[in-house]
Ligand binder design. Structure first.
Ligand code: NAD
Length: 334
């Protein structure tokens, strides 16, 4: 039933099991690295919840999955506090929706947003925070629930693409994505199958399961890689745009994805999406969409964040490939 035709009572009845279901799927995905449904199933249900809460604001609740980042920290790994929260990201599922998002952002009177965006690939892994003191790597952590993450310092020390020492004595946090290349994922699952062990559902879960290990020796045997893409305290790097911050990270020796592009028009955005929709299968790592970021960092700062997502970036998610027809038949109630 379209949300516009629902009564408040009917919406209330639908929302409770929907939140329960999403919370359960979130636990399996974020905490156990073992999802039981495909992402598009989760995304559809999540979208329905957003629509219900938008249409009936009186049913909003601080403990809804729409107000929370990630999952709880349930492992025995030491907890880390993120002074600057690690957030989730808003998403859109069509180019039209993306253009609407941009228009709304530009028409919001409070902050003037120039139409200059840095487009990046949305790497399908898990977020990673790296802290350096005087140029030396001192801490690696996961996002967790955004405020409390897990300490994976010993594990990140085993990842080849992460520099232990920077060429400059910076005291700074760098953020990015930890992922497992597609070929390494296939190989790992073959080995696990041969050893009678459960296989990972996808490269994202394999990366998360491999990074969130108590024993760094296990992580060291897994082929993990990184692409760094964000410096919260960008001022300390002396940069003014997102594209420059990526260049600076490259200079510092981080692995940074080479496919970002600065664009100024709807046509250029649509062309980038089209290009990577076609090319994604040829990449050696998984991507689940593209990320559009306001390129000017002072504007980013002025736009700020909601409790869950930054207002200066948005993910365009690729459509699920074969599953398009199944989606229509899914029943959300439990
Ligand atoms: P998200 O993973 O979709 O997007 C936010 C994340 O994108 C960031 O935290 C960052 O780690 C990552 N990212 C990758 N490339 C980036 C780049 N270039 N710049 C900035 N960030 C980049 O959001 P989320 O809230 O972590 O999770 C929602 C996703 O998880 C959805 O895709 C959903 O389908 C999936 N999920 C699936 C299940 C399931 O059961 N299958 C359950 C829960 C969540």
């Amino acid at each position: 039933v379209p949300v516009s035709q629902l009564s408040l009572a009917a919406a209330k009845e639908e929302i409770a099991p929907l939140r329960k279901q999403l919370t359960q799927w979130g636990k399996e995905y974020y905490e156990q690295d073992n999802p039981s449904v495909e992402d598009y199933v989760y995304d559809r249900a999540y979208q329905r919840l957003v629509e219900l809460e938008t249409r009936f604001p009186e049913l909003k609740s601080a403990d809804s999955p729409t107000q929370r980042v990630g999952g709880a920290v349930t492992t025995q790994l030491t907890k880390v506090h993120h002074d600057i929260p690690m957030l989730s990201m808003g998403d859109v599922f069509s180019v039209d929706e993306l253009m609407d998002f941009n228009r709304r952002q530009q028409e919001n009177g409070d902050v003037t947003v120039a139409p200059e965006y840095n487009l990046e690939l949305k790497i399908d892994g898990l977020s990673l925070s790296l802290v350096y003191e005087n140029g030396k790597l001192v801490q690696g952590s996961t996002r967790g629930n955004g405020t409390i993450g897990e300490d994976v310092t010993a594990n990140v020390m085993t990842i080849k693409s992460i520099p232990h020492q920077l060429p400059e004595p910076l005291t700074l946090e760098f953020r990015g994505e930890c992922y497992m290349p597609k070929a390494s994922f296939v190989k790992l699952n073959q080995e696990r199958e041969a050893a009678g062990l459960p296989v990972f559902a996808n490269p994202r879960n394999a990366a998360a399961g491999s990074l969130r290990q108590l024993d760094p020796k296990v992580t060291a045997k897994r082929d993990l890689a990184t692409f760094m893409y964000y410096v919260p305290e960008y001022q300390k790097l002396g940069v003014t745009t997102q594209a420059e911050s990526l260049d600076r990270m490259r200079e510092l020796g981080f692995s940074v994805n080479p496919n970002n592009r600065v664009v100024h028009s709807e046509e250029e955005i649509a062309a980038y999406i089209d290009e990577y929709t076609k090319q994604r299968d040829q990449l050696s790592y998984g991507i689940d969409g593209i990320v559009e970021k306001v390129n000017d960092l002072a504007t980013e700062n002025a736009l700020g964040n909601t409790v869950k997502v930054p207002r200066w970036e948005i993910a365009y998610k690729f459509p699920p490939e074969e599953q398009a027809t199944i989606v229509r038949d899914i029943v959300w109630t439990v």
